[in-house]
Write a protein of this length. Structure first.
Lengths: 331, 331
């Protein structure tokens, strides 16, 4: 029986809980029996022998979980096997996720997270702790939502040397730029509409100034190129200064403009000209990554970068990766 | 020590041998020690304690391997753990690959193949034999060359229900159509040029009549949708009848034409209209697959569909998938 603690019970945590309920029969076949023994948000928790559907209902009705053990008490003291950490990203110091993950790993518990903060701040340290304590830290959901990146390289491109990585890691910027390309309207106007549609946040700087893409780039570069990068190592330029005229000039020559995150000789997030028929030229909020390898050449993966079910999908794929008895042969 | 027999020593078999030599140090770290104990082509073989570099040199110099055990004798009697089967595809009866694979599986040996024939003809039967004998049959290289498809779905999209699959599975057709799109020249003229460039075969029908794409579709559908399809179940239309005028009409409305292989309610290979900005609209010989899932939504993967190193990449990734002690944590 795999005992799971879900810390962070917002959109992502609830999405995971829903899939764990909905796909119980299938998942049990693949990984064996499991049970959620704790859910916690920043206000409270439910632990012990409870019905996960009931916990979801409580959270939805009351917007918070009842008083109980704190997240930290759960992580430090409760009996569980797997921590699913889905608290909100904080790229300044990684907290509270960083402490949750560290404490769990120190106890030898496996961790799956969707939280970029701890990995941006302390990737190498966390990997060392997990190795030392013979447990695993998986984080597919931190980059590109439902777009597989980490397992894509480790599993599907196993045996290849990764030469460089280049991609679209922020759906909000891609949405704004692909609309500017089509409609030739100013950045500010499209941003305002994106905010109305909830595609951009009220304070859009994390997205449009390139910080979100840079955070994901740090994680990808650390995980796939084996370097030890921090956010300060990324040269970042956002998309605020791009004008409709820039698109005119680009498109006359068969190019468009996208915010590209790159890791090769250097780490860089910046608006770049790309040929209109390049696989990284996508519309809307899609994410994409092009991986340059020694054997397979260039491989591109495209997917939805965010969303409740999409992020849950990435976490569930990590869950299966960790515990599946046998996924190779399907008959 | 993993003992490997390579049966089929043309471009693909030699490519695999080269990578097994070139990446010996890395691969040994990942899967443990290994040794090629047999290589065979249709004319001869080298078995026992030999230098793989020497075997490559013999094949290159003499165009054939020396007299020795036949491929079938090796598969039936030699002591090995893994058969890498890279003989030429025959979609009529799957031979000689089908017998090689069956005999190895019956002996409980793992098999990795790049040969579409046996899987198109007898997918279900081969999977049953492998299950019964507690061994594995992996075949990433049969579809899309370096473009990961099978592991992509099984590993990266684990936990998702696959609703449908749609893609570009023949690089020759995509090359011809993407040039027709740009240059508005007749099919026959572009085909002739593609033949000069060795992108199309002297007898192009296997490619341009859609049979190659349909063969790959059968494998993908069987492996990922869990059905039991044969080539006769695919409705096939090739690209011979497409005119430059058809591109004019399509492009006026923002569309282009590509040969699309689809598996959902039915299995179909046919030229289709696709919006110009769709992720499946690619130039040149690239392959691509769009996978529709219940959780992750639509995910697309793009890569090189053929090539010596590219196909070797797919085989090596299967090799690692089979034997890796631990690929999850990289530090």
């Amino acid at each position: 029986m795999i005992k799971i603690a879900i810390i962070g019970f917002g959109t992502v945590g609830q999405g995971v809980a829903e899939v764990l309920i909905e796909k119980k029969e299938y998942l049990t076949k693949v990984v064996g029996d499991y049970k959620v023994v704790a859910v916690a948000d920043s206000k409270g928790s439910i632990t012990g022998d409870f019905d996960l559907n009931h916990a979801l209902k409580v959270k939805r009705d009351k917007k918070r979980l009842p008083d109980g053990l704190t997240a930290l008490e759960i992580v430090k003291n409760l009996d569980f096997d797997l921590l699913i950490e889905t608290t909100t990203t904080n790229i300044e110091d990684g907290e509270p996720g960083l402490t949750h993950i560290k404490e769990a790993l120190k106890r030898g518990k496996d961790v799956i997270t969707s939280n970029k903060g701890p990995l941006v701040v302390s990737y190498k340290e966390l990997m060392k702790i997990s190795k030392k304590n013979n447990c695993n830290l998986l984080f597919e959901a931190t980059v590109g939502g439902a777009m597989p990146v980490i397992k894509f390289v480790r599993r599907c491109l196993a045996g290849n040397k990764i030469l460089s990585i280049k991609g679209i890691l922020n759906g909000t910027c891609n949405y704004i730029l692909s609309r500017m390309e089509k409609e030739k309207m100013p950045f500010k106007q499209i941003l305002a509409e994106a905010q109305e549609l909830k595609i951009a946040e009220a304070d859009p700087s994390y997205d449009v100034d390139g910080i979100d893409a840079a955070s994901k780039l740090v994680i990808v570069a650390n995980a796939l190129l084996g370097i030890d990068a921090k956010l300060k190592d990324v040269k970042i330029t956002g998309i605020r200064e791009i004008t409709p005229e820039a698109f005119d000039v680009a498109m006359e020559k068969g190019y468009t403009i996208r915010l590209i995150a790159e890791a090769g000789n250097e780490l860089k997030v910046s608006p770049r000209l790309i040929p209109l028929n390049h696989p990284l030229v996508l519309q809307g909020t899609l994410n994409a990554l092009q991986i340059k390898t020694d054997l397979a050449g260039d491989v591109v993966v495209v997917g939805k970068g965010a969303g409740k079910r999409e992020t849950a999908s990435a976490i569930i794929s990590d869950f299966i990766d960790l515990y599946a008895n046998q996924t190779i042969n399907f008959i």
